[in-house]
Design a protein around this ligand. Structure first.
Ligand SMILES: *Cc1c(COP(=O)(O)O)cnc(C)c1O
Length: 401
């Protein structure tokens, strides 16, 4: 019998987090438009959302959502293999497959759920999974839960990956799966998909790429960097970011799709996506070819912002996309700058360990095509004054010591 408080571990965890100043809490906001939110009654310019094209507020998505809910109801009422597959689910999967030039597509209820459970279905405890060191938590969770042998290769270091593939050839693994993001969510840099595809082919490995931050934004017609790449065996696109909706899609061969329908627990044992969500995704997919101008605006704003930040002496890390870290090192400094920005009307999340490696705390700026040059100007101005303030404060405290 447990004698002490059975929730002592909860208390110890929370107290520990508070002491290390890494305890997190939820803070609610009310969206005003695609780049502004209301927080504690104050309007803030938001640089932390993943609504890269502003589609979550697009009238076509809202109208399709309402229309599908009106016609099909608010819930899908069952899992996909029971009676939760409506014609709109299958139509959308067919359209997504065509858009990606693939044999098949399969919807999932979230990117997290897809990564954890599709990897679970692909791996067994005799498999080897080679995962980029900076890959998203959901990919790591999937790899760990499968009990496969997990080796993390140095970020975007394909010589390292290749040496691991060579070592694997001398072993008796059931199969080898290479896992990476295409655009890294905290650094905004890119994997080299052609190189990964070449390595996968050379070493007969399965290539699994997460296109969460590229789908809708990069690649021909905004199709992403992996979704339509013939050398990628399975590509995951999340639909809650640039697609402005919710859920995820896995594209692959027809054979793999059949396998997942029969073997992937995260597909089988969950209620199908609701009609309103299917409507929003379908409307976003239909809009995608028309959004080339928005994608170009987003890319040029991102290039401008990087240039301006660098001119102010900020380190933007390896970013080449619309995700731009402002590398600050210590968590305290990132928090200070984030709080200063908020006091001046700008929302930019401080990202700290354990989300990123120790000593690499940063602000993560995520741009939208709806951010204007004026928005960037005010961000830069406020960052500059926050930076000067910090340096001033830093000097004082050093004199104090
Ligand atoms: C956001 C994200 C996910 C999770 O997708 P959700 O649909 O939000 O669950 C998975 N992978 C990466 C790389 C992400 O950035």
């Amino acid at each position: 019998m447990v004698k002490e408080d059975k929730f002592a571990f909860v208390e110890a965890f929370l107290v520990g987090r508070s002491q290390q100043q890494t305890r997190r809490s939820l803070q609610s906001v009310i969206p005003l438009d695609s780049v502004h939110v209301l927080k504690r009654g104050k309007s803030l310019l938001n640089f932390s959302a993943n609504d890269y094209l502003g589609l979550s507020k697009h009238p076509a998505l809202i109208a399709a959502s309402q229309d599908y809910a009106q016609r099909y109801g608010t819930g899908a009422t069952a899992s996909r293999l029971v009676t939760g597959t409506y014609d709109i689910h299958q139509q959308l999967e067919a359209d997504l497959a065509i858009a990606c030039g693939r044999e098949a597509a399969l919807l999932f209820n979230s990117g997290f759920q897809a990564n954890v459970t599709v990897l679970g279905a692909l791996l067994d405890r005799h498999a080897l999974v080679l995962c980029d060191r900076l890959a998203h938590s959901s990919l790591l969770n999937g790899a760990l839960a499968s009990r496969a042998t997990l080796v993390r290769y140095r970020h975007n270091d394909y010589a390292h990956l290749e040496s691991l593939l060579q070592q694997a050839e001398t072993q008796t693994y059931s199969r080898v799966v290479i896992v990476s993001e295409t655009v890294f969510s905290m650094d905004g840099d890119r994997a080299e998909v052609d190189l990964l595809a070449h390595l996968a082919q050379t070493y007969n490995a399965i290539l699994y790429l997460d296109d969460a931050h590229a789908i809708g934004v990069l690649g021909a017609g905004g199709i992403g960097l992996a979704m339509a790449h013939p050398g990628v065996d399975l590509a995951i696109g999340t639909l809650g970011k640039a697609f402005g909706a919710f859920g995820a899609v896995v594209v692959c061969s027809a054979r793999l799709q059949q396998y997942l329908i029969n073997a992937c627990s995260g597909f089988i044992y969950t209620t199908a996506l609701p009609p309103a969500v299917i409507g929003a995704i379908a409307a976003a997919l239909k809009l995608m070819p028309e959004l080339e101008g928005d994608r170009q605006t987003l890319a040029s704003r991102a290039a401008d912002l990087r240039t301006q930040l660098q001119a102010e002496g900020f380190d933007t890390g390896p970013s080449t996309t619309h995700i731009i870290p402002v590398m600050l090192g210590e968590a305290e400094r990132a928090l200070h700058l984030s709080q200063w920005l908020e006091s001046q009307g700008i929302l930019a999340a401080a990202i700290r360990p354990p989300t990123v490696p120790p000593g690499t705390a940063r602000l993560r700026l995520a741009l939208s095509s709806q951010h204007t040059a004026e928005h960037l100007g005010s961000l830069i101005g406020i960052l500059r004054s926050g930076h000067e303030q910090w340096r001033g404060g830093d000097r004082v405290s050093r004199v104090g010591v």
